[in-house]
Each structure stands twice: as structure tokens, then as C-alpha cells.
Design a binder for this molecule. Structure first.
Ligand SMILES: NC(=O)c1ccc[n+]([C@@H]2O[C@H](COP(=O)([O-])OP(=O)(O)OC[C@H]3O[C@@H](n4cnc5c(N)ncnc54)[C@H](OP(=O)(O)O)[C@@H]3O)[C@@H](O)[C@H]2O)c1
Length: 366
């Protein structure tokens, strides 16, 4: 009798073996990332705990910069992953499914889709244990890519277009990096807000095809860096703006260098340029005359800082994006799907993804 009950207790007890991509030292991802296996006792959750399983997490440029140690916001190195020395988790956004909740947890149910409420949570891992304040519940009517990439790029595009200046229907914004994920959201959100856009992109063999794709998303005009830097071409831009009786009021810069001065020069008087990325690794250079004679303003934008202590703005922005997704009015920027099926090293999947420069990578967990 006693033997039977011990046996039944023994067989009931399960531990989840989670896998997480971590680093102890900063450096190039291929040199410093490793997979750590650690146990989660899912039979003894604290009353306020929520156990989630990862559905998918993307690789963003800032995730890579964080591993390299050149990004100002960094996850803390801890012993939480049962490593012998303090290690930090990778990945800042991702989509999880709730698999178990503690006895006191309200507002979350097993099966819910959730995203991390803050950056530095660590999303390149199979499972995570947190509590209600660590997660935001989102609609599970979204696609996996929409849910897994909702926290950074669509919010960035929406907030840059709405939070600083009022763009009216006759107005324009100009952006470089038009092919980036943020750029594609800005194009679509600009269209949804009823304003005009000029997207500057790098030349490429399939230029016309890419221009057409961006126009289908809602871009008013798509031009190359060369066109944007050409004095002769500048008269076309002036004509477009004249036709709407508006002004180019906002420039969105994620490239820097010559590209940033190219878009800044197109702004009308009192224009604002928001710099949110530096893909060319070149400093932002602005002609002095723009400041003096056009009252030009150059400012930085960082979604992490803007939303860190503004839960209300984050919720409002997320709800707007979810609403557009659910109505089919906003398309997610496509990702290249990578698959983790549990049979290979998790860190290897991300390292391969980082090496592939053909577009945004999304790791799907089977
Ligand atoms: N500050 C914030 O809050 C915030 C939020 C989100 C993203 N970001 C930043 O925004 C930028 C774009 O992010 P994303 O996730 O949208 O990127 P992404 O989808 O990976 O796209 C990268 C973009 O950068 C362009 N690019 C790459 N190398 C370049 C170079 N040497 N010169 C000029 N353009 C280059 C690419 O153009 P091609 O198509 O020509 O290759 C593409 O348009 C990144 O710097 C990211 O860190 C910042």
C-alpha cells in the first residue's frame, strides 16, 4: 500500500527542462552565445507565478547589439539559469503561450497568448517563469509573426508618426531605410493616418519590384538614395509636395551618414528629424544652414525609453496595432521562418539566423 503511493507520487512529479540562449561575456554572437539547460519545477509554482512556453521570437538588430555590448539597455547577468557564473538571457521580444498559472493568478489562463511587458526579459528560450506584471495578454487571433514582433517595430513606427508632431492629410514624412521592418510599418501607418510618405531605399537589382511592394503597402513615393541626393531630382519632390499644398514636416532616420543629411534637407521650415537607428554606422551629419535658416530640429527616438514608465501609452499603442491587425488593415513585416524542433542546440539556430542577412529572422518553436 505504502509502496504504491510512493510510486504514484514519484511518477506524478515532473520537471520541465528549459533551454535558454545566454552569454556571460559580450562579443560576437557566434563566439559568446551558448545554450543552457535548466529545470523548472512546474508542479510547485508560486501562487503568483505564470509558466509560459515560447511560440516564436525574432532576431532584431538591437538584440545583436546587446550581445555585442554596444547597446545601452542590457539584461542583468544572474544565476537564475543554473549556470556556474552569472549569465544574461538574449532576446527582447517574443510570443509565449501560458501553460500553467499559480493559484492566485487572475486575468491569465492557460492557452492565453502573452508578450513580455518589458525589454530584457529573455525571449530566446523555450520556457519562462514570471508573474503577472511580467506579461501582457494579447489577442490570439493574430498570426504568430504579428504577435512575436508586435512589441518593437510597429510601436516605433506608430509613435514616431504620432507622438511628436501632428501630421495633417496634406503633409508628408520622409524616411530612409524604407525596406526595413520599421519602414514598412511607417509606410502603412502613414497611409492609415491619411498622410503622404517618401521612402528612400538603396539601389538593388530588383529595384522596381521592391518599389512596387512598398507602394502596394501604401507608400506615396519610393525613391533611391541616389535620387534623394540629386539636385535635379529635388525638383520632383518639391512638385509632389506643392501638389498637396502641404509640407514635409517629419524625417525618420535609421541610417545616418549622407543618407540622414539627404532626408533632413528635404524638410520644410521647422521640420523635425527623429533618428532611431544607425544602420550605416556613420554619424548623423546635418548642414549648419538647416538649423539657422530652417529652424530644423534633430532628436533621437528610443521606444524602450519612451514606454518604460508609460504603461498607458504602451497599452494604447498596442491596442491600436492589434485593432488594425484584426481588421486586416495592417500587414506585418514578413520574417524568414527558422524552426527549433528541440533536436538541435537552440543557440545554433539563433547564430545561423544572425548570419543570414537576407531579412528579418523569426525562430518558431515546435
Ligand atoms: N530606436 C528605437 O526605438 C528602435 C526601434 C526599432 C528599431 N530600431 C532600429 O531601426 C533600425 C531598423 O530596424 P529593423 O528591425 O526595422 O531592421 P531590418 O528590418 O532588419 O532592416 C534593416 C534595414 O537597414 C538597411 N541597411 C542595412 N545596412 C545598411 C547600410 N549599411 N546602409 C544603409 N542601410 C542599411 C536595410 O536596407 P536594405 O534593404 O537596402 O538592405 C534595411 O532597410 C535598426 O537600426 C534598429 O536597431 C530602433
Amino acid at each position: 500500500m505504502l509502496r504504491t503511493s510512493i510510486a504514484s507520487i514519484t511518477t506524478k512529479r515532473t520537471m520541465i527542462t528549459a533551454h535558454a540562449v545566454l552569454y556571460t561575456q559580450h562579443g560576437e554572437p557566434k563566439d559568446v552565445l551558448f545554450t543552457q539547460k535548466y529545470e523548472i519545477d512546474d508542479d510547485n509554482l508560486d501562487s503568483n507565478s505564470i509558466l509560459v512556453k515560447t511560440i516564436a521570437s525574432p532576431i532584431n538588430p538591437s538584440d545583436i547589439n546587446q550581445i555585442q555590448g554596444v547597446y545601452p539597455s542590457k539584461p542583468e547577468k544572474t544565476l537564475n539559469y543554473q549556470t556556474s557564473e552569472p549569465a544574461a538571457p538574449c532576446g527582447n521580444e517574443g510570443l509565449f503561450k501560458v501553460i500553467k498559472i499559480g493559484s492566485q493568478v487572475q486575468n491569465f489562463q492557460p492557452g492565453d497568448w502573452v508578450i513580455p511587458s518589458q525589454v530584457n526579459f529573455g525571449t530566446w528560450r523555450t520556457h519562462a517563469l514570471g508573474n503577472s506584471k511580467d506579461f501582457i495578454k494579447i489577442s490570439n487571433k493574430l498570426t504568430i509573426n504579428q504577435g512575436a514582433t508586435i512589441s518593437v517595430n510597429p510601436l516605433t513606427a506608430y509613435l514616431m508618426l504620432t507622438h511628436y508632431i501632428k501630421l495633417n492629410p496634406q503633409d508628408w514624412f520622409i524616411q530612409n531605410g524604407g525596406t526595413s521592418a520599421v519602414g514598412k510599418y511607417a509606410i502603412q501607418i502613414g497611409k492609415l493616418l491619411g498622410v503622404n510618405s517618401i521612402s528612400v531605399i538603396r539601389d538593388r537589382p530588383n529595384l522596381e519590384e521592391v518599389k512596387e511592394t512598398l507602394k502596394t503597402l501604401g507608400a506615396t513615393k519610393v525613391i533611391t538614395e541616389e535620387e534623394n541626393n540629386s539636385k535635379e531630382f529635388g525638383s520632383n519632390i518639391k512638385q509632389w509636395v506643392k501638389e498637396t499644398n502641404g509640407d514635409i514636416k517629419l524625417a525618420l532616420n535609421c541610417v545616418g551618414g549622407k543618407s540622414s543629411s539627404g532626408i533632413a534637407r528635404k524638410l520644410g521650415p521647422n521640420g523635425l528629424m527623429l533618428t532611431y537607428g544607425g544602420m550605416s554606422m556613420q554619424p548623423v551629419t546635418i548642414p549648419t544652414s538647416l538649423y539657422i535658416f530652417k529652424n530644423f530640429t534633430s532628436a533621437g527616438f528610443w521606444v524602450t525609453e519612451l514606454l518604460k514608465n508609460n504603461k498607458e501609452l504602451k497599452t494604447k499603442t498596442l491596442n491600436q496595432i492589434i485593432d488594425w491587425y484584426e481588421k486586416g488593415e495592417l500587414k506585418d513585416a514578413p520574417s524568414k521562418d527558422l524552426e527549433y524542433d528541440g533536436n538541435e542546440e537552440l543557440s545554433k539556430v539563433y547564430i545561423e539566423g544572425i548570419a543570414d542577412k537576407s531579412g528579418k529572422q523569426l525562430v518558431n518553436y515546435k
